[in-house]
Design a binder for this molecule. Sequence first.
Ligand SMILES: [Zn+2]
Length: 225
Amino acid sequence: MKPLSAILNALPPTKIIDSSIDFSKYIPLDLSATNEELMDSRPENAVEFEDFISNYLKKNNAEVAFGGYIEGRTLYQRSTIFRNDSIPERNIHIGLDLWTKLGTTVLAALDGKVHSFKNNIGLGDYGPTIILEHEIENEKFYTLYGHLSLESLDNLTVGKIFKKGEQIATLGEAAVNGDYAPHVHFQIIKNIEDYWGDYPGVCNSNDLNFYIENCPDPNLLLKIT
Ligand SMILES: [Zn+2]
């Protein structure tokens, strides 16, 4: 059987936010501790972070900042869901984030149906989240969209069918999206186990090999670069 990464690689490029924004308006964003600009300004809350992102976009004449697959980040230290006395610290991001304006439409990456959805409440968590199920060449896999608006979950049902490029949601505000600047967290998941409307998007370094295998690089599918 063909590996999922090869199946994804062979598909045409796809967009998961507002399809009118050309990939030439996307700019890579480094949120690791090696980004000196980030470490200098150290945005401490969603408002400061949104300023940081919008300045970065303006400076680069861009509309979307993207990145974060297998990126070690310090920004999760503020939240006990990533760091507390009983779990090994989780700080490696295993999805792809697209940072842009509040309310931007979020689109189905591929034809699929709703596997599950949930409002994952809590500081640093996903807030409203939708997971779609796809099947290509007899390979079943899932795409996760996190940090959505509350309205995105209205009138949604498990099994609802979406076509590639069809709107499934909009980006949520900090008050509902886990307290982040507006963005969508996009992740591909091979084996979703018993997860429902949720799946880890950040992991501990000891589990990294498992997650690299189970969650291939979303850019294999999107083909932004
Ligand atoms: Zn993310």
